[in-house]
Design a protein around this ligand. Structure first.
Ligand SMILES: Nc1ncnc2c1ncn2[C@@H]1O[C@H](COP(=O)(O)OP(=O)(O)OP(=O)(O)O)[C@@H](O)[C@H]1O
Ligand SMILES: [Mg+2]
Length: 611
C-alpha cells in the first residue's frame, strides 16, 4: 500500500469517529492535508473516481456566502492544479457611479417606484434614506420575525426580502464563474436562533440555492476555519508540527448588527495529521450591539449640533419628516465613523496617536432643513460619543459578550492564548485597543477583517462536498434557551442558552403530580426566553402516554436531554417506579417530523414507549 492509501484509510477512520476528540465539544475539521490523497495516482483512472470514497467531481466550485446586516460577500474556490489546496477568491461588485469595484455588496433593498425589480446594494442605501416607506435597510434583522414589509400593495415576508439579496449574490457568482450555482455554505451569526436559521434556509431556497441546515455555518466558526487553514499552510511550508500543544482562541466578530464572541480550543490530534480538533468552549450572543449602535451614538451628537445650528427642533417635525431626517443623520454618522477610523489608521501607520482636536467637516442637506448645515466634529467628540460602548463596566458595551463567553467557558483572560477580531468594526483602532487592554492580549492581525468569514465558508464547502468531513456543522452549543410547559401552565427551562450539548436536566416530582386515573401528560416545548411563553418559537406538543391509570398525587419525574444534533428528548417517569416511563422528542424547527420520529427509534430501540 502506498502513502496515499495509508492517508486515505486514516482519513476514513477519522471521519468515522475512530479517532475521536478527547474532551469537551468537538468539532472535527479536516484540513487540506488530506488533499494529496484525493489526487492519488489511482484517482487519475476514470473507473477509480467512482469507486474511491474521496473522489472529486471535475471543476467543482466551492462557494461561500456571508450574508451580513450591512454588507454581504460571496467567495469561491477551486482546487489548485496540484490538488494541494484551495485559495478562495472574493467576488467583486461593480459600483454604479465610479466604476470601481468592491469586495462586498450592501445588504439593503430599495423598491423604486415604477420599477419591477427592487434595487439591492449600496445604491439602495443611498436612495432609500430619502424614502423610508420603500426602503428595507437591514433585511437580516427581520429574520425570525412575523413582520412583513408592504410596498405597492405587495407584502414581503422576511425570507422574501433576504432572498432578493441572496439572489443578487448568486447571480454575480454565476456571472463571474460562468457556471450555474445551486449550492453554497451560508454563514450566520452564532447568536441566531432556530426561527432565524429556518427563515434563512427558506430565503436561500427562494434565491435558487438548495440548502439544508448543514449548509449553515456560524460566522465565528467560519473565521476560525480561515485561521486554521492559514496556520496549517504555514506549518506545512515550515514543516513544523507541534504535537499535543493546544491553544485557546477568542474570536470576536464585530459586525454591523451583532457582536459574537466565541472561545475555541485548538489541538493537533496526530502528528502530521489529517485532522485538527476544534473544541468550542463557549459562545456568547450579543445581538444588541454592532456598528450601527456606534453610528447611533454619533447620531445623537450630530442631531444636537444640527438642531443648534439650524434652529430646527426635530421633535416638532412631523413624524415622517423626522424619521427621514434621522435616517440621513444616521447615514452621515456612519460616514463620520469611517472617516475617523481612517484617521486612526493613518496615525497608526505613522506610529502615533490621532490628535483629539483633528476636525472632520460635513455638510448636511435635507428637505427639512432650510439650508445645508455645516457641521464640524473633532476626533475627541467622536471618542466621547462612543466611550460608553467601549467601557468594560457598562452593560451595553463591546466587552459584555467577551466577558460572558469567558464566564460560560469558566476561563479567565489569562487562559486565552490568542485573540482574533474580525468584522468591519474591528478596523476601528480604538475598539481594538480597548479589547486588547481588557484582555491583556494583542489581537493577531493575521485574518482579513471582512473576508475571513466568507473564506471560511468556502473551506467548509470544500470539506463538505469532497465528503472529507462528516463533522456536524450545526452549533454544538445551545443557541437559545429551551423551555418546557406542562398543561396547567407551569414552565421550566430545560436547556439554558449557550451551554454545551448534549445537556441534560432532571426535574424530580416537584413539577407535577398525577391526578387520579391520569394516563397521559401533555408537554409543549419552545425555543427562546421571552417572558410570554407564546412569544417564543413553538417546537412541538407531545402527549406522553403512560399506558396505565396513575394514582392520585403520584410524583412524576421528567428527564430532558438536548443532543448535539439539537434533538430534544423528554422522558416522563414515575418517581417510585422509574420503569414506567414514556418519551417524546422534538427537533428544532429545521428537522422534519419524520426524521425526528426516525431518530427516536434509533435512540430508544429497546425501551419503546409503553402503550
Ligand atoms: N474602516 C472601518 N472602520 C470602522 N468601522 C467600519 C469600517 N468599515 C466598516 N465598518 C463598520 O463595520 C460595520 C459592518 O461590518 P461588517 O461588514 O462586518 O458587518 P455585517 O457583516 O454586515 O454585519 P453582521 O455580521 O453583524 O450581520 C458597519 O457598522 C460599518 O460602518
Ligand atoms: Mg458579518
Amino acid at each position: 500500500m502506498d502513502t496515499f492509501a495509508v492517508l486515505d484509510v486514516l482519513a476514513f477512520l477519522h471521519v468515522n469517529g475512530v479517532f475521536p476528540g478527547k474532551q469537551g465539544v468537538s468539532l472535527r475539521i479536516v484540513v487540506p492535508l488530506v488533499v494529496p490523497s484525493i489526487y492519488a495516482p489511482w484517482n487519475m483512472l476514470p473507473w477509480s473516481r467512482k469507486r474511491h470514497p474521496f473522489a472529486m467531481p471535475s471543476r467543482k466550485y466551492f462557494i461561500g456566502i456571508d450574508f451580513g446586516t450591512t454588507n454581504s460577500l460571496a467567495a469561491w474556490g477551486l482546487l489548485s492544479p496540484k490538488g494541494r489546496s484551495i485559495t478562495p477568491q472574493v467576488v467583486r461588485f461593480a459600483l454604479d457611479e465610479t466604476g470601481a469595484s468592491m469586495e462586498s455588496m450592501g445588504s439593503s433593498i430599495y423598491f423604486e417606484e415604477g420599477r419591477r425589480q427592487a434595487i439591492v446594494g449600496r445604491r439602495a442605501r443611498r436612495l432609500g434614506r430619502r424614502c423610508l416607506s420603500r426602503f428595507v435597510p437591514y433585511p437580516k434583522k427581520l429574520l425570525g420575525t412575523q413582520e412583513t414589509f408592504a410596498v405597492d400593495g405587495t407584502p414581503y415576508k422576511p425570507s422574501d426580502l433576504v432572498a432578493m439579496v441572496l439572489r443578487r449574490l448568486r447571480l454575480q457568482l454565476q456571472k463571474d464563474l460562468n457556471a450555474r450555482i445551486t449550492g453554497a455554505i451560508l454563514t450566520t451569526p452564532a447568536s441566531f436562533g432556530y426561527a432565524r436559521r429556518k427563515d434563512l434556509i427558506n430565503a436561500a431556497s427562494l434565491a435558487g440555492l438548495a440548502m439544508d441546515e448543514h449548509a449553515l455555518l456560524d460566522e465565528p466558526v467560519a473565521a476560525l476555519l480561515s485561521y486554521i487553514h492559514m496556520e496549517k499552510r504555514r506549518r506545512i511550508s515550515q514543516r513544523i508540527l507541534d504535537p499535543g500543544r493546544g491553544v485557546n482562541l477568542m474570536i470576536l466578530d464585530c459586525g454591523g448588527g451583532t457582536t459574537d464572541a466565541t472561545i475555541a480550543r485548538l489541538e493537533d490530534t496526530q502528528i502530521g495529521s489529517l485532522s485538527q480538533n476544534v473544541h468550542l468552549l463557549s459562545i456568547s450572543r450579543f445581538e444588541a450591539l454592532g456598528g450601527q449602535d456606534f453610528d447611533r451614538e454619533i447620531c445623537f451628537l450630530l442631531q444636537d449640533t444640527v438642531e443648534r445650528m439650524s434652529r430646527v427642533e426635530t421633535d416638532r417635525l412631523d413624524p415622517e419628516e423626522k424619521e427621514c431626517l434621522e435616517a440621513e443623520l444616521l447615514y452621515q454618522s456612519e460616514q463620520l465613523k469611517l472617516d475617523f477610523s481612517s484617521l486612526e489608521m493613518d496615525a497608526e501607520a505613522e506610529g502615533i496617536q490621532a490628535h483629539p482636536h483633528t476636525l472632520q467637516t460635513l455638510f448636511i442637506r435635507h428637505p427639512s432643513l432650510q439650508k445645508p448645515v455645516r457641521v464640524k466634529l473633532s476626533y475627541g467628540d467622536f471618542l466621547n460619543a462612543i466611550q460608553g460602548l467601549l467601557d468594560p463596566s457598562k452593560d451595553r458595551s463591546i466587552h459584555r459578550p467577551v466577558q460572558t463567553a469567558l464566564e460560560r467557558g469558566k476561563l479567565r483572560p489569562k487562559d486565552l492564548h490568542h485573540l482574533l477580531i474580525v468584522g468591519g468594526m474591528s478596523k476601528l483602532w480604538t475598539l481594538r485597543k480597548s479589547l486588547e487592554k481588557a484582555l491583556g492580549l494583542p489581537a493577531l492581525q493575521v485574518l482579513h477583517p471582512t473576508q475571513s468569514v466568507v473564506k471560511g465558508a468556502v473551506f467548509q464547502h470544500f470539506a463538505e462536498i469532497s465528503d472529507l468531513s462528516r463533522a456536524p456543522h450545526v452549533p454544538q452549543i445551545s443557541g437559545e434557551a429551551i423551555r418546557l410547559r406542562l398543561r396547567g401552565g407551569s414552565t421550566e427551562t430545560i436547556v439554558p442558552e449557550g451551554v454545551k450539548l448534549p445537556y441534560e436536566t432532571v426535574l424530580r416530582g416537584r413539577l407535577c403530580t398525577a391526578r387520579n386515573g391520569q394516563k397521559q401528560l401533555t408537554i409543549s416545548l419552545c425555543a427562546g426566553d421571552r417572558i410570554e411563553y407564546e412569544a417564543n418559537q413553538h417546537l412541538g406538543t407531545g402527549i406522553l402516554d403512560f399506558g396505565m391509570g396513575l394514582e392520585a398525587e403520584h410524583p412524576i419525574g421528567l428527564r430532558a436531554v438536548m443532543r448535539s444534533d439539537r434533538m430534544i428528548v423528554v422522558e416522563a417517569f414515575l418517581e417510585n417506579n422509574p420503569e414506567v416511563r414514556t418519551v417524546m422528542t422534538a427537533g428544532l424547527g429545521l428537522m422534519a417530523p419524520e426524521e425526528v420520529e426516525q431518530r427516536k427509534e434509533e435512540i430508544f430501540p429497546s425501551r419503546k414507549t409503553r402503550r
